[in-house]
Design a protein around this ligand. Structure first.
Ligand code: MG
Length: 413
């Protein structure tokens, strides 16, 4: 048994007759995993801002190389999960499982962690915690091997990347609809100036507008963007009845909309199926879904054309890669959600580089959303030219933590 591990640990791995890493096959074992809860301490509970806080896992190998990952979940809860004590075979400490392991064995470690946290994990928070670990393992493995992560995912399947910009003026919060649309217009202009050629208009207007008025505002949005710009819509779970959603989608069928996101409640998969059967526009969703098992329900029951798991919550690179291979069998696209710091933004780039079923990925530009953590936590930022980014070329994720930002935003007990 390797030092620092639970005495339960060896059972699963050894039962499967898998060899323990030996010094001949391991570059450098994992020495430590730190969980860094970060927050800007600004109360954004009245709005939607997934980048107001984050939790970063930093995994360091015996040679001092580090890999980082993050997830979009309550930071203190994730820290408690990763550092929890071993209780029994299906409730073990992720931290203790990882120390001494080979970071290059990403898939083997994913499965070991999944089984070892079956009681508290499997879905939701447990998979969010696993996602941050998996991203950090890929970053570290990439650095050990001197390769960008997309090469670990099988290599480039395209020559350049196509990000889309999410245009979110914030929830109305007392503003008039014309004030909100003015802000959207300014953000459209800024996104196009930044080089984006694909945008998603968030129409989270709540009861400020009727469905009939919403149709007119979407048309106004299309007119502002002009032809030739890929335009998608996010309805923010506006409807409870798929007929209502269909009424609006039928009225904007000629607006050349790439996809319609979050029309119905996230868990209303039968409603999604009915809408998908009758909609003139691609129906998509699953931004909250974790693991390929939940995504399979979205595809088989929900009948959506596009799934949008977040790499930092669906199970990391290991799981989104499996999701993408499954989605291809059904003719479904994978366009990952990504609203966090530059760590998640980097994940989107490596995933799209390696995934033929991902025509786009969500890229939260620090120039389009006022978020200190998104701006300051990691660098460098990629350049966008005529709607495209180049393939990442640095080892691992290709972004590094700024120690000053970590110091500034770290939540101390
Ligand atoms: Mg969304």
């Amino acid at each position: 048994m390797r030092p620092g591990q639970c005495h339960f640990v060896s059972g699963r791995r050894w039962a499967l007759n898998l060899p323990a890493p030996t010094e001949e096959t391991i570059l450098a074992a994992i020495g430590e995993i730190e969980v860094l809860p970060l927050s800007t301490a600004v109360d954004r509970s009245g709005d939607l801002d997934g980048s107001n806080d984050t939790v970063v896992d930093r995994i360091t190998d015996e040679d001092g190389l580090t890999g980082i990952g993050e997830c979009d979940a309550p930071p203190g809860v994730i820290k408690a999960f990763v550092e929890m004590p071993c209780a029994h075979q299906w409730s073990q400490s992720p931290r203790r499982l990882l120390v001494g392991a080979d970071p290059v064995e990403t898939v083997a470690l994913w499965e070991q962690l999944y089984e070892a946290t079956a009681y508290p994990g499997r879905r939701g928070l447990g998979i969010h915690a696993l996602s941050a670990i998996d991203i950090a393992l890929h970053d570290l493995a990439g650095k050990q091997l001197g390769l960008p992560i997309y090469k670990l995912l099988g290599g480039a399947r395209r020559r350049s990347l196509t990000p889309y910009a999410t245009i979110f003026p914030g929830l109305p919060q007392g503003r008039t609809i014309s004030q909100v649309m003015d802000e959207i217009g300014q953000l459209f202009t800024r996104a196009l100036d930044l080089g984006f050629r694909a945008v998603k208009m968030e129409v989270l207007f709540e009861d400020l507008v009727s469905d009939r008025e919403l149709v007119a505002l979407i048309r106004e949005g299309r007119d502002m963007l002009g032809e030739g710009i890929t335009m998608a819509l996010d309805f923010g779970y506006r409807w409870r009845d798929w007929h209502d959603a269909k009424w609006v989608l039928d009225k904007i069928a000629d607006c050349d909309i790439y996809f319609a996101e979050a029309a119905l409640l996230h868990d209303d998969l039968h409603g999604h199926a009915r809408l998908a059967q009758h909609s003139p526009i691609r129906i998509c969703g699953a931004e909250h879904a974790a693991t390929r098992w939940e995504i399979r329900e979205w595809i088989e029951v929900g009948q959506v054309s596009v799934v949008q798991p977040d790499i930092n919550r669906c199970g990391g690179f290991t799981e989104i890669r499996r999701i993408a291979e499954m989605a291809e069998l059904y003719g479904v696209q994978v366009i990952p959600h990504g609203w966090k710091t530059g760590i998640t933004a980097a994940c989107g780039r490596h995933f799209q580089a390696a995934c033929p079923a991902a025509p786009l990925f969500e890229h939260l530009s620090p120039e389009l959303f006022d978020s200190p953590l998104r701006r300051e936590l990691v660098s460098p930022e990629p350049i966008i030219e005529d709607g495209r980014m180049g393939l990442p070329d640095a080892s691992g994720l290709g972004v590094e933590l700024d120690p000053a930002a970590v110091e500034k935003y770290l939540i101390r007990d």
